[in-house]
Structure formats: structure tokens, C-alpha cells
Design a protein around this ligand. Structure first.
Ligand SMILES: Cc1cc2nc3c(=O)[nH]c(=O)nc-3n(C[C@H](O)[C@H](O)[C@H](O)COP(=O)(O)OP(=O)(O)OC[C@H]3O[C@@H](n4cnc5c(N)ncnc54)[C@H](O)[C@@H]3O)c2cc1C
Length: 382
């Protein structure tokens, strides 16, 4: 069974046309600016791209996972991991929690504006002293009448400076580990929230923030789902997040391979195009083979995910292998460019930098191996 039918392919074409006109000409400027402009959100919203998976009653189109996957693939072809991360972060990290677990009040307040591109969001789980160990977060939410008072800090948060709302994981019961965590949606305008942009190796077009939360008064109705269930919700969404990272990584591999093959056909050394040197041909053949194999694995689990099957293990496996392959592809493709691979004039340097995040974000490779070990060796199921 295929994830994509004819309608998906029409949608893909409209995304491609849109990105060619509205994103590709400006990507280099956004990379330099360290953010994407607010106007692009509205354009995405007007095209109906932001709400593909959101029910129509909240301003979306209620479509299947294939549409989200197409958005991941097409934005990943734009030679800017940061641009893709900003857009997909809003759709698959922020909006998804509101839609899956939010109350009617939350859905009505946040989703229509999120679909139209008037607002965009971020997900704040990671803290300066708790990344892989999500249950170890220290941000607290203490009940005070009809409100909660939140205190703590978050770091490495995608869209963390510019977003209009923030989904924040905080402990409503600090005595407990995972069972003490709840998710809240905060408006940027709530007093006590401040954020600053972090300087980073890649993903330059995405704003990544350290966020301080000081005595922020949040109405109890802004709890997403049930108090104490935050950890469970985060774990539930990890399958989607990891699948998306795997799909993005494989698309980046394909993009880099095509870009490199073109260069190899044009660049000459010792009087012939470098694509005639067997050592380079074999390298590219190897990379293309591994990429094709993993793309096929991603397609299989995407179909299963779309059918609401449990693919927690497979998503962790895909995330692990695809992001590690991406690092290898970028390193070896860059090598084929010689010195030009190291120059900013070519897109290889940026693709190389951007790829490096894959094995870290959404759970590191070490955590993926740990998780997979538990599932394949100890028979644990999630
Ligand atoms: C650009 C960027 C964007 C991000 N966006 C977001 C976002 O939007 N929202 C969000 O909440 N977070 C975000 N993150 C955070 C990301 O998810 C974390 O960086 C990641 O989970 C790792 O946590 P850490 O950085 O604290 O590393 P640590 O947890 O401190 O890990 C350090 C090293 O120790 C290893 N390690 C840790 N525990 C174990 C173990 N049990 N066994 C073996 N090895 C272990 C890790 O694999 C790693 O190699 C982002 C990060 C970056 C860099």
C-alpha cells in the first residue's frame, strides 16, 4: 500500500510551486537573518498547508498523514534545515498537542489562528539540566486559585523567541518524576516570559531559544489534557516526531546526492569529469543504495502510522538510521566537492551543518539505541 495517491501528488505539486515562488528565492536571506519572516506564516496559512491534519471545524482540512509527510519532504528540499524546522515544528510539535489532547476551549482558541498562520507555536520540554532525561525537568507549576504559577527555564526551543504561544512541560507534582509532569499552553503576552536567541552550528533560519519563565500566571484551563499526563503525551507524540525527522533526513540525503551528482558531472580533474572516477562512482552508488533502502522503510512505517498502528519501535529505528545516514551522506558528498564543499557559495556546507542536528534532536542516537534495546531485548512495549 502506498501513502500517496493522485490527490496527494496534486497537493505535492502545489507545495512545490508555492515553495519555488515564496521560499526558495529568500532562503539565503533568512539564513543570514537567523529567522523566517512573519509574512511567510500567513502565506502558508492561506494555502491551507498549516492545518492539513487539523479537523475542518478548527480551520484545518482534516487530511491524513500523507499530507504532513509531503510538507516535510518538500520543505526539506529547500536547502535550509532551519526553514523546514520552523514550519514543521509548528505543525508537528506545537499544534499536534493542542489538537490531540487539548480541551474544546484550547482547540477553539488556538487552532484556527494556528491554521491561518496568524499565530505559530513552539514546544518547550528541554531544560538546561534535563534533555534526554525528560522526567528530570525542574520547571514547576504550583496551583493558586483558578491559576497555576509557573517557574523555570527551557532551552534549545525551536521557534522559542518569535512564536505566539508556547507549549510548556512543567511539574505540577515536583515530588514525582514522569507522573508529575503536565503540559500547559502559554500566550507569549503573559507577564514573566522572556527569551533570547541562541547562536548555533546550523539550522540558521530557525530561531532557537533559551526561555525564562518567572512567576507566570497561567489559567488552569490552559492545561493540555489532564494534569500529570504530560510525560505520557510527550512520549505518545515522539513516534510522530521521530518519523518526521527520519523522513526529513532521507529527503535531505536525496537532495544532497542529486546536488552532488550534478556537480560531479560538471567538475573536471585530470581531463575528465570527476563522475568518471570509480572511487567516487562507488561512493555515490553506496549512498544512493542506503538512502533508497531507508526511504522504503520510512514509507512502510508511514503507511502503518497512518493506519494508527503502533510503530514506536520502528519510528525509533528509522530516526536512528536515517539521521546517522544523513551525516554520512553529507560528509561524503561534501568530499566530492573538494574545497568548494567547504565554501558557503555552495549549498553543501549548509546541508552538512544542518544534518548534524538529526542525531541529537527528538532524542539522541544513544537514547534511540537504549529505547530499541529495551523493546527488542527486554520485550518492553510502549
Ligand atoms: C537546534 C535544536 C533544536 C531543538 N528544538 C527543541 C524543541 O523545539 N523543543 C525541545 O523541547 N527541545 C528541543 N531541542 C532539544 C533536544 O531535544 C535535546 O538537545 C536532546 O534531547 C538532547 O538533550 P541534551 O541536549 O540535554 O543532551 P544530554 O541529555 O545532556 O545528553 C548529552 C549526551 O549524553 C548522552 N546520554 C544522555 N543520557 C544517556 C543515556 N541514558 N545513555 C547513553 N547516553 C546518554 C546523549 O546521547 C548525549 O550524547 C533542540 C535541540 C537543538 C540542538
Amino acid at each position: 500500500m502506498n501513502l500517496y495517491n493522485e490527490e496527494h501528488q496534486l497537493f505535492r505539486q502545489s507545495v512545490k510551486d508555492f515553495l519555488k515562488k515564496e521560499a526558495m528565492p529568500y532562503i539565503d536571506d533568512w539564513e543570514k537573518a537567523g529567522e523566517i519572516p512573519r509574512t511567510i506564516w500567513k502565506k502558508f496559512g492561506d494555502m491551507g498547508f498549516l492545518g492539513v491534519n487539523i479537523p475542518e471545524k478548527y480551520g484545518g482540512s482534516g487530511l491524513d498523514f500523507g499530507y504532513q509527510s509531503i510538507l516535510v519532504e518538500e520543505t526539506s528540499k529547500c536547502y535550509s534545515g532551519g526553514f523546514s524546522a520552523a514550519i514543521i515544528g509548528h505543525i508537528s510539535l506545537a499544534m499536534v498537542y493542542l489538537e490531540r489532547f487539548g480541551s474544546e476551549y484550547i482547540k477553539e482558541r488556538y487552532l484556527p489562528k494556528s491554521c491561518s498562520g496568524e499565530w505559530f507555536g513552539c514546544l518547550g520540554v528541554t531544560e538546561p539540566f534535563a534533555g534526554s532525561d525528560v522526567a528530570g525537568i525542574k520547571t514547576t507549576a504550583v496551583a493558586d486559585g483558578d491559576d497555576y504559577i509557573l517557574n523555570g527555564s527551557k532551552t534549545f526551543i525551536t521557534n522559542g523567541v518569535l512564536s505566539d504561544f508556547l507549549i510548556i512541560a512543567a511539574k505540577t507534582n515536583p515530588e514525582m518524576k514522569s507522573a508529575g509532569i503536565s503540559l500547559f499552553v502559554l500566550d507569549r503576552s503573559m507577564p514573566g516570559i522572556s527569551a533570547h536567541k541562541l547562536d548555533k552550528l546550523g539550522w540558521h533560519a530557525s530561531d532557537t531559544a533559551e526561555i525564562s519563565i518567572q512567576d507566570v500566571r497561567v489559567p488552569a484551563k490552559n492545561i493540555i489534557g489532564e494534569a500529570g499526563m504530560g510525560f505520557y503525551y510527550i512520549m505518545q507524540n515522539f513516534a510522530l516526531e521521530r518519523l518526521i525527522l527520519a523522513i526529513g533526513a532521507i529527503t535531505a540525503c536525496e537532495t544532497a546526492i542529486a546536488y552532488t551528482l550534478k556537480y560531479m558531472s560538471e567538475r573536471k580533474a585530470f581531463g575528465r569529469p570527476i563522475n568518471k572516477f570509480q572511487v567516487l562512482r562507488h561512493r555515490m552508488a553506496q549512498l544512493a543504495s542506503e538512502t533508497t533502502m531507508l526511504k522504503s522503510f520510512n514509507s512502510t512505517i508511514s503507511v502503518a502510522f497512518n493506519q494508527s498502528k503502533n510503530v514506536v519501535k520502528e519510528c525509533a529505528m528509522a530516526k536512528l538510521l536515517c539521521t546517522e545516514l544523513s551525516d554520512k551522506v553529507m560528509t561524503e558528498c561534501l568530499q566530492c566537492f573538494g574545497g568548494y564543499g567547504y565554501m558557503e557559495d555552495y549549498r553543501m556546507a549548509r546541508m552538512f551543518r544542518d544534518s548534524r542536528l538529526g542525531t541529537i534532536g527528538g532524542g539522541t542516537s544513544e537514547i534511540m539505541r537504549e529505547l530499541i534495546s529495551k523493546m527488542v531485548i527486554d520485550d518492553v512495549s510502549y
